[in-house]
Design a binder for this molecule. Sequence first.
Ligand code: NAD
Length: 507
Amino acid sequence: MTELTVISDAGASIPEARQNRHLIGGAWQDSADGATFERVSPSHGLVVSNSAKGGTVETEAAIAAARHAFDEGTWRQMPGKDRAALLNRVADLIDENRERLALIEVLESGKPISQSRGEIEGAADLWRYAASLARTVHGDSHNSLGADMLGVVLKEPIGVAAIITPWNFPFLIVSQKLPFALAAGCTAVVKPSEMTPSTTVILGELLTEAGLPAGVVNIVLGFGDPVGTLMSSDARVDMVSFTGSTGVGKRIVAAASGTLKKVSLELGGKNPQVIFPDADLDAAADAIVFGVYFNMGECCNSGSRIIVHEDVAEELVAKVNKLSAKVPFGDPLDARTQVGAIISDAHQGKIDSYVKDAAKAGAKVEIGGAPLEVPGLQGRFYQPTVVSGVTPDMPIAREEVFGPVLSVLTFRDEDEAIRLANDAAYGLSAGVWSENIHTCLKFARNVQAGTVWTNTWMDGFAEMPFGGVKESGQGRELGRYGLEEYLEVKTVQLRVARGRSLWVNAG
Ligand code: NAD
């Protein structure tokens, strides 16, 4: 077997388990029935947090608090300038608390500490960007409707936003939603994943410290059922913003349909990267390895599906195999580690079965393909894995594996490459590698995806909208569109001259 790069236990001391409570109407609360749940670190096997487990009582109370805070009006009527100042204060507090946030996020999620620090910094940047948008909320006017009419289109906050987030980027994803909702003037109920509640609770503490009025942001800890379900169905909630799996996204749409509330969804992906023969294969190989192992492959944007021209397939796979062996997998608390632990036992089993099933169906496991032992740690890890000879019908080519597993397919001509890229239920992101701008543009214009990268992978900017087509979701986050998601349009038609011509002839 190829020698892998494994980082053993760094010997870091693990802090005492955190105690997390709900934030409802400005007060930190335990659950009415005293129920709690614990999170065991996927890398170290120790309890790292204990959280109040929300039920109907807490969810209803949080929704009522957010509704009251919205209707009462302090936040939505506050000048954008003042809302922006508060969001900037939160960004500064995030920076000040970076190490604390990064450490607990690593312990709950298994992601490497260097990456986690980067995500916290990126999240602070999102709060600052949203602050800048808070001062730009404006509508439109129509001055050509006739001498006596003026039309005004107002942009108003949509109301109470229910924000439901996953475990793979807990702090970054809540920061792709909440500051934009707040910039728009919405109030919110937030539910983090039951696997990674702590950084959202710390965010609640920072919001309070920054001076956010009570009830504007409420946090309920717990599971999809009942907390997420109630947040999606309650008539007092105006909108659900959800990031997570496509299966749960569909259940949220069904739950929300009773009240026809707006639903914004960021879901899964099976993202293709197409490599043409004229591509810079060294650059492509590095980006492929980054794309598939980043965050252990537990990433909606994972570049898990490579579609490479058959003339260069062997050469590219050899480069990818070589680099795969060099990527440091292991203790996420060691700053050298680039790939950490897998979120749960059930998920590790699912990753492994995709690989074993593909091998049974005739694919070739080039490297990896089994759990990884990390000396000194009681966690669960999976080897960097490359599977070649994958055919489009195999589940490993169509479904989200959500692990450090690359599927390699081949193509013969441009049209076949685009057809294969689009042959998926998902449409989150896609990439193309070629030195020819015409090849890149043709791909970019024909691929079904919310984001296309050419000769790069997974760059992201606060200014650039992000979201999916097909079963990868609806709506957009980030950029100006990320703010628009939380705004409603109101049409105001003003008669501005005296002497409206009468409908009823009174004479
Ligand atoms: P998940 O769908 O299992 O859970 C996400 C959240 O939904 C959690 O907070 C969970 O408690 C809650 N939930 C579960 N059942 C619910 C229900 N019936 N009603 C309301 N809420 C419910 O997802 P996950 O396993 O935490 O995250 C992984 C998934 O997220 C992957 O599919 C990944 O692709 C996707 N994801 C997408 C993006 C994106 O931006 N497109 C980003 C990150 C993750």
